[in-house]
Design a protein around this ligand. Structure first.
Ligand code: PLP
Length: 419
């Protein structure tokens, strides 16, 4: 037994993965007659039965529009929706509940900040700093803003293993730097960035920081007061919740000073043709009928997270990542992309002479779901001079045995496709 295998055996004593798997009905099925192996968790996670049940219960028992109804169902739905804001506030340790704004996801949360905070505070000649390893959703909104305002986008470079160059970051800061938007955990490299340090450097220069926590939330406990970030964005669907719901956290004073993002119902205090006044935060940023059902089901996901031992899970996922990385490295022609010291359970790799899509399609025939391509991080691929990678991303319900099937498939693919 190798050192890694023995650690996994030890971990399985603390963490009963087979019991956990029973909570996720989708994992029990077969694909093409083979047990389904789901390694595309960085794209979206699977959902526990409690989340599915919460959706069904809402639609079958108390579907109603919220906040404006005086009737029984509306009261029940409003209460359930409002309860989730409190749950999220407690989950990420924000100062007050009003700092939690529901969005469609990380993408909308970042766009909200770029449109609202950005349009008000960025002017010609100003600079915004992002990094090479941002997801497109933390690049394009800033490019649009810079184009509109004639501002400049500066980019923190990375090294050969996919880590940010912090010295270079400090050199990029100038009196013109007005905002920093940085990914906590890279979806294509798995790198966990030293965001707390970045925030503290930024704050010495009075620069606000937005953290893209889309990947981080499912792998570690984030506390916004501890990080001291000014804004944080994440998506429910990547952390066991339904699609279509995400969160923007912002420090209350910043949110209160920001203009609305979209106009419509709910976000107003009063409307006349002469003058419209706006509702208070967070409602000012939640125009129209919100995604009531998915927010409520997201609340069930948070309840589920609160039953889990996050430390044991993090250790277990780390073991899965190390195990897969070590095994992949032994396959001739395989090269890992992204080998930072601080890494989450994402493993990206390429195989000499092989098209990543072909490998992904071959693995699919074995029931193994992986993702191939640029993972919405084209600048990362350009930096590594590759068109894309094969990415396997684990969550706590995955197992070492599943990795063995994938490794076997990669070996076969390498031999078979090269012929
Ligand atoms: N940021 C990162 C790091 C991501 O991995 C993703 C999605 O993969 C996003 C942002 C965008 O998330 P969403 O599509 O849920 O808005």
């Amino acid at each position: 037994m190798t050192a890694i295998e023995s650690t996994l055996v030890k971990l399985s004593v603390d963490f009963d993965v087979q019991k956990i798997r029973k909570d996720f009905p989708v994992l029990a099925q077969k694909a093409y007659g083979k047990p389904l192996i789901y390694f595309d968790n960085a794209a979206t996670s699977q959902k526990p039965q409690v989340v599915i049940d919460a959706l069904v219960k809402y639609y079958s028992e108390y579907n109603a529009n919220i906040h404006r109804g005086v009737h029984y169902l509306s009261g029940k739905a409003s209460q359930a929706y409002d309860d989730v804001r409190k749950k999220v506030h407690e989950f990420i340790g924000s100062k007050v509940e009003q700092e939690i704004i529901f969005t469609r996801g990380t993408t909308e949360a970042i766009n909200l900040i770029a449109s609202s905070w950005g349009r008000k505070n960025i002017f010609e000649g100003d600079e915004i700093i992002i990094s090479t390893m941002e997801h497109h959703s933390n690049i394009v909104p800033w490019q649009l803003l810079c184009e509109e305002k004639k501002a400049k986008l500066k980019v923190i470079p990375i090294n050969d293993v996919g880590e940010l160059l912090l010295d270079e970051f400090e050199k990029l800061i100038s009196p013109k730097t007005k905002f920093i938007a940085i990914v906590h955990t890279s979806n294509s490299l798995g790198t966990i960035n030293p965001v707390k340090k970045i925030i503290s450097i930024a704050h010495k220069h009075n620069i606000p920081v937005l953290v893209d926590a889309a990947q981080a939330m499912a792998h570690e406990k984030i506390n916004v007061m501890d990080l001291d970030c000014d804004f944080l964005a994440f998506s429910g669907h990547k952390m066991l919740g339904p699609t279509g719901v995400g969160v923007l956290y912002g420090k209350l004073s910043l949110l209160e000073a920001m203009p609305p993002y979209q106009g419509g119902g709910e976000m107003i205090s009063s409307v006349s043709f002469e003058k419209t006044t706006y509702n208070e935060v967070p409602y000012k940023f939640e125009a129209g009928t919100p995604n009531v059902a998915d927010v409520i089901a997201f609340g069930a996901a948070i309840d589920y997270w609160n039953t889990l031992d996050r430390k044991a899970i993090a250790e277990y996922e780390h073991e899965l990542m190390s195990y897969a990385s070590e095994k992949l490295k032994t396959i001739p022609g395989v090269r890992l992309i992204g080998t930072a010291k601080e890494k989450t359970s994402v493993v990206s790799f390429v195989i000499d002479e092989l098209n990543t899509l072909d490998v992904g399609m071959y693995l699919d025939t074995l029931g193994v779901a992986v993702r191939t391509g640029h993972h919405c991080t084209e600048p990362v691929m350009s930096w590594f001079k590759i068109p894309g990678t094969i990415r396997v991303s684990f969550l706590f319900y995955n197992t070492k045995e599943e990795i063995d099937v994938m490794i076997d498939g990669v070996k076969k693919a390498a031999a078979f496709l090269k012929k």
